[in-house]
Ligand binder design. Structure first.
Ligand SMILES: [Zn+2]
Ligand SMILES: [Zn+2]
Length: 354
């Protein structure tokens, strides 16, 4: 029996690209990314995927489309449509990202017989200005986490960010330490599948077009610009509604009604709930109308919970029902504080009743 595993299996990680070329050299981007940073509060020593994101990623399986042989650059193409659309989308959504590199005809730095995925026009380098030389996790992590959560609907096959690589084609654990000479603290290296590069995956098909990409309502939803959150008497909500929620909880308590519940929900958690309430397929998670889920659950990117603007209140046992005294108090008083109920869900109260 051979003592070693074969050198390459279908699940083997792709050769590490970007091993020595810094994106700023490769794309002529300015190296001056340190402008106007506000200290190191947003940096972490490596990308740590939140549990829900890691699990959502591991539930998906994305096949790895390799780049062709190098042959002196003969096999290079150009920036693909999918890469261009995703690039425009991220630039429009994340003000902190000013530069995203893409097409670059060169050999794979780790395996020079092969074209770099950048030469196929399927790779992007999302430049994340560093914080005093360290990765700005506050900017980069939400983008990387969004890409993992939505990997199959977008067609993301591989990522490298802040000393960690994520391989969509792997079974089981998909994130692993990245040991290349370039630690990728100043950019996220992202590779699309061939289908995604042709804009044929569901996320791209839902985009009305590059011109209106900023306003696109997509199955994957808005990039999760995490709202400014605060916890009010145990309920996490957007700061913008903290005052009125606090006033309402206090008024309820004064009337002998103790209100408890959950407010903010991360985009990854929304995906998890869609899987649980709507079904396991990509279609179930991203497309099925909320009303066909049990209980009804908004499509990812479309829930007021993801904006910290909705609260699910608990009743005497489990979710609040119309029979709960607390429901009756809310029905009589919540409007004074600017909260409205979604009639199909007695427990769900938000700024606009959705
Ligand atoms: Zn790259
Ligand atoms: Zn709710």
């Amino acid at each position: 029996m051979p003592a070693t595993a074969p050198a390459s299996t279908p699940d083997a990680p792709p050769p590490s690209d970007d091993a020595s070329t810094s994106a700023s050299e490769a794309y002529g981007a300015s190296g001056e990314f340190g402008e106007a940073t506000t200290g190191a509060a947003g940096s972490a020593s490596r990308w740590v995927l939140p549990e829900a994101v890691r699990v959502a990623g591991e539930a998906q399986r994305i096949s790895y489309d390799p780049a062709p042989a190098w042959e002196g650059g003969k096999n290079c193409t150009a920036m693909t449509r999918g890469a261009a659309l995703l690039r425009a989308f991220i630039l429009a959504r994340v003000p902190a990202v000013k530069t995203i590199g893409g097409y670059n005809c060169r050999p794979n730095t780790a395996r020079t017989s092969q074209t770099s995925v950048h030469g196929t026009g399927r790779a992007l380098d999302i430049m994340i200005p560093t914080l005093q030389g360290a990765a700005n996790s506050a900017v980069g992590d939400p983008i990387a986490n969004w890409l993992v959560t939505n990997a199959s609907v977008i067609g993301v096959q591989y990522l490298i960010w802040n000393r960690v690589k994520w391989s969509g084609s792997r079974t089981g654990r998909k994130d692993a330490p990245y040991g290349g000479p370039n630690p990728h603290v100043d950019h996220i290296h992202l590779e699309l599948t061939s289908a995604a590069s042709r804009a044929e995956t569901p996320w791209f098909r839902s985009l009305p077009g590059a011109a209106v990409v900023k306003e696109a309502s997509t199955p994957a939803g808005a990039l999760p610009a995490r709202p400014d959150l605060v916890t009010v008497q145990g309920i996490e909500v957007a700061r913008s509604i903290a005052g009125r929620l606090g006033a309402m909880l206090t008024a309820a308590a004064a009337a002998g009604v103790k209100l408890t519940g959950g407010g903010y929900r991360s985009p990854a958690r929304q995906v998890e709930l869609r899987r649980k309430h709507c079904g396991p397929s990509q279609d179930d998670i991203w497309q099925k109308p909320a009303s066909q889920c049990v209980p009804p659950t908004a499509r990812p990117g479309r829930s007021n919970h993801e904006r910290g603007l909705a609260i699910d209140f608990r009743g005497v046992s489990g979710r609040m029902t119309r029979a709960d005294p607390a429901y009756r108090w809310l029905a009589a008083n919540a409007a004074r504080f600017g909260f409205k109920n979604l009639p199909s869900e007695p427990w769900h109260w938000s700024v606009d009743g959705r």
